[in-house]
Write a protein that binds this ligand. Structure first.
Ligand code: CUA
Length: 180
């Protein structure tokens, strides 16, 4: 089942639960009951619902933070490979476009003019990682490529007329090969 199918199914289940809630309320209307009993029951229900939501929130937060896709960047030691990147209207200036797989690469990213977005895409056009290219600031992005192949760098922040053409190829070669 695709990711989208799962989201679709989850949405349908949610709609079904809300519908059942409405049907229950409709089926209960017109019944004569002591208001105190009704209130006590609704408070109990509310406690259960909020308790459930708190537990759900904690579980979802922990489960979704664990596979957080971007490794810790702060205070990272100097990576074995360093690529200096300057974004400018409208090109990426880099001291190399060849990096090795399996070895951390530190992209030191800045800008010569306006803000750009430095995004690395794999050959299936899937965004792997990104950082901002900002004038006067160098952002360090440490990433380890798992596979060799053709990658692309695209600009992720609208930066003027030719923003869409800020594309640069990045070759990831075997870790044992020499960088040239
Ligand atoms: Cu640079 Cu958009």
């Amino acid at each position: 089942m695709s990711f989208q199918d799962r989201i679709w199914l989850t949405t349908l289940l949610g709609i079904a639960v809300v519908t059942l809630g409405f049907l229950y309320v409709i089926s209960q209307s017109g019944r004569e009951e002591d208001p105190k009993t009704v209130q006590a029951r609704s408070y109990a229900l509310r406690r259960w619902v909020f308790g459930f939501l708190i537990v759900l929130g904690v579980v979802v937060t922990l489960a979704s933070l664990r596979p957080f896709p971007i490794p810790l960047q702060r205070g990272a030691p100097q990576a074995p490979q360093v690529v200096h990147v300057i974004g400018r209207q409208w090109a990426w200036q880099m001291d190399t476009t060849i990096v090795r797989a399996g070895i951390p690469v530190s992209f030191e990213v800045t800008s010569a003019d306006v803000n750009h977005g430095f995004g690395i895409y794999d050959s299936n056009d899937r965004l792997l990682t990104q950082t901002q290219a900002m004038p006067g600031v160098t952002n360090r992005l440490v990433y380890t490529f798992e596979h060799t192949g053709k990658y692309r760098i695209l600009c992720l922040e609208y930066c003027g007329l030719v923003h869409h053409a800020m594309i640069r190829d990045l070759d990831v070669v075997d870790g044992t090969e020499d960088e040239s």
